[in-house]
Each structure stands twice: as C-alpha cells, then as structure tokens.
Design a protein. Structure first.
Length: 273
C-alpha cells in the first residue's frame, strides 16, 4: 500500500512542496513517517499511541500562528485539546507545533500503564509531538497524528441513547474513513472491530439478522474468536436458521460461535485472575 502510494504520488508531492505547496499527512499510527523520511528528509521517529491533552509548543507560537493563517480565527483554534493518536519523537524544536502538556498524564487502555506521568520538558529529545511541520523547498510538509475519533464517540452517544439508525450512520462513516488500511499496531484494528460489533448489535435489534451476521463475520475475519462478535454472529445465525426452517448447517455454525464466545470468556477470566 505505501509502496504503491509512493510510486504514484511521491515525486509529484515533492515537486508540489518544493514549489511552495503544503502537503499534510493525517494519520493515527504514524504510517506516513517513512514516506516523509524517504521524500522530504524528515528526521522524526514514531513513538507511541495514546490519549492525552496536547497543547501548542510555546517556543514556536509565532510560526504556528502563521501556519494556521494568523488572525483571530487561527488564535481561537490554537489551543489545548484531548485526542488519541500516534506521536513522534526526535522532532527538532523549530518543527514542533503541538506536543504533550507539562505535568500532564497519559490515558491508556492498559490498566498498568493508565495515568502514567507523561510530563516532558520541551528541552527533552524524546518530547512527544503530535503535530509537526518540516520546511521543504519553498513549501512544507505537516504531520497530524490525532485519530479524529469524533465519529466513533458520536456514534456511541447515539447508540447509548437508543438512536440506533443515527448511530449506524456514524459508525458506517467511521468505517469508511478507515478504508481498507487498518495499520499494524492494533489500536486502529481494535476500533474497527468494535465498530463492526456495534453495527452487528444494531442490525440484530432491528431484525436485520443477515446484516448482523455479515458485520460480525467481517470482524471475526480479522480476529478469530472475538468474544462479542462470536456471540453476536451465533444469535444472528440462530434467527436466520429459524426463519429458513431450521437450517442444520447454520445451527452447527451457531453452536461453534457460542463455543468460541465461551472460550473467549474463559480465557479472559484466566488471564485477569
């Protein structure tokens, strides 16, 4: 995927930036960093993926204001914000735009690492940066590491409020945003599976059992034995079987899914005790 992108657009983007254009690489996992290294000579490295409160790098305040258009509008949007994303290290001071806040904490999904102190002085070489800009020719390239998971959060709010159809629209939009590229570090993949699991649940509640089964199957293709998706596919298959006169093949598949779901529960209990 990356090789194909570089082959099709690498030189063109180089020429665009060299002539004065701005090339922005939004990413939740630092995937474009290799491309930016190969074509734009950046010296950054991928760090970690987590949620915290990010803020503007004060030492570059004038440059940040200029990059975002100057004026009252730019000043109104250049402020602290909370986001989950893939951050960078090894970013020279003059290329930093937004980074970890002083005396801030990290919020991770893994209990042992949750609330770990992430406070860093801007003088630290391993200072975590989530937005960076690098001059290239007459233009520049920019990296935005925040995932931008508003669609997921909005979908969850609607789902919890019982607005299933509206939640489904948000979840589908989030899936479309991810596309076919799921990344390698697991966070994005886990979110993708959670979206499909919630969509499977919505379809089941609405009586669309075939769609429910399809969503759960897509998730299980990526993570075999996923507890919730195994269960949701099982109950969807039971409903489909009943509506088709007791399809023996589907009943056997449903039984297998139930066993997989139970196995996942047992494994979770074993590993957490």
């Amino acid at each position: 995927m990356r090789e194909e992108f570089e082959s099709d657009f690498g030189v063109l983007l180089q020429q665009f930036a060299r002539a004065g254009g701005v090339v922005a690489f939004p990413s939740s996992e630092g995937v474009p960093v290799d491309t930016m290294t190969n074509y734009f000579n950046v010296k950054w490295s991928c760090r970690e993926y987590y949620r915290t409160t990010w803020g503007p790098c004060i030492e570059n305040e004038k440059k940040i204001n200029y990059s975002f258009g100057n004026g009252n509008l730019s000043r109104s949007i250049i402020k602290n914000y909370s986001a989950k994303g893939g951050c960078l290290i090894g970013v020279p001071k003059h290329e930093r735009c937004f980074g970890a806040m002083k005396d801030d904490l990290r919020f991770a999904d893994i209990p042992i690492m949750a609330d770990r102190d992430r406070s860093k002085k801007s003088d630290d070489e391993d200072y975590d940066v989530i937005v960076a800009m690098h001059d290239y020719g007459k233009g520049c390239v920019a990296y935005f590491g925040d995932r931008g998971d508003n669609l997921v959060e909005k979908g969850n709010e609607l789902f919890n409020a019982g607005k299933l159809e509206e939640a489904l629209v948000q979840y589908q939009a989030a899936l479309d945003k991810y596309g076919s590229k799921l990344g390698a570090n697991g966070e994005q993949r886990s979110c993708y599976i959670a979206l499909l699991s919630n969509m499977s649940s919505i379809h089941y509640k609405e009586g669309a059992y075939i769609l429910s089964e399809e969503c759960a199957s897509r998730a299980l293709d990526m993570e075999w034995g996923h507890e919730k998706c195994s269960y949701r596919r099982a109950i969807a298959r039971l409903e489909i079987s009943q509506s088709t006169g007791g399809n023996i093949g589907l009943l056997r598949k449903a039984k297998s899914d139930v066993l997989n779901a139970a196995r996942g529960t047992s494994t979770k209990a074993f590993t957490t005790n």
